[in-house]
Design a protein around this ligand. Structure first.
Ligand SMILES: [Zn+2]
Length: 178
């Protein structure tokens, strides 16, 4: 199993993150809940984040699963990550701000990979991203927000879904077959 993975969101779903779909207060509630359940440590490398000279210690990251057959991006929870691990997750962004080298180094450190292994892995992820960014539209499954584990209310979840719909994204509803 790969300890630290990069996660490239299909380009057609860029901007559909919880931070933008929730109000500031709702997002704060969710991320603080996430930090609390992780005891304010990175859930991948166990760092507190504070030694990384950042303003924030751990950061909240949403976990998505991809159903490539049905083209559904499903929210399966949130985790707390230190800034370095979080930067690796958003590898495309890291590249765009000139932090690709640092991200690769951290990816290698955490997974104990050679340069070649890391390059090969990144290449495969980018190919997958290209495939996911063309073709039929992806739908968004945000039902986790209204589920038992989530600290947010059903109303909040409904409003977040409504916001995604307003932005032109189709949502997976409750009464639907998986
Ligand atoms: Zn970490």
């Amino acid at each position: 199993m790969i300890k630290l993975k990069i996660e490239l969101v299909p380009s057609t779903l860029w901007g559909m993150n919880l931070r933008s779909l929730l109000t500031r207060g709702e997002w704060d509630k969710l991320r603080r809940w996430s930090y609390g359940k992780a005891d304010n440590r990175c859930e991948i490398c166990n760092a507190s984040g504070l030694e990384q000279n950042r303003r924030h210690a751990v950061e909240c990251h949403e976990r998505w699963e991809y159903d490539d057959i049905n083209r559904i991006q499903k929210l399966v929870g949130v985790i707390s990550l230190c800034p370095r691990c979080h930067q690796v997750k958003h590898f495309g962004r890291a590249l765009s701000v000139g932090a690709g080298r640092y991200a690769i180094q951290h990816l290698r450190d955490i997974n104990d990979w050679s340069v070649e292994k890391a390059q090969q892995y990144v290449e495969v992820e980018f190919r997958l991203h290209t495939l996911r960014s063309v073709g039929p539209a992806w739908r968004l499954d945000l039902r986790w927000l209204a589920g038992g584990e989530s600290p947010l209310s059903v109303e909040t979840a409904g409003r977040a879904s409504g916001k995604a719909v307003s932005a032109g994204v189709s949502i997976v509803f409750d009464d639907e077959e998986e």
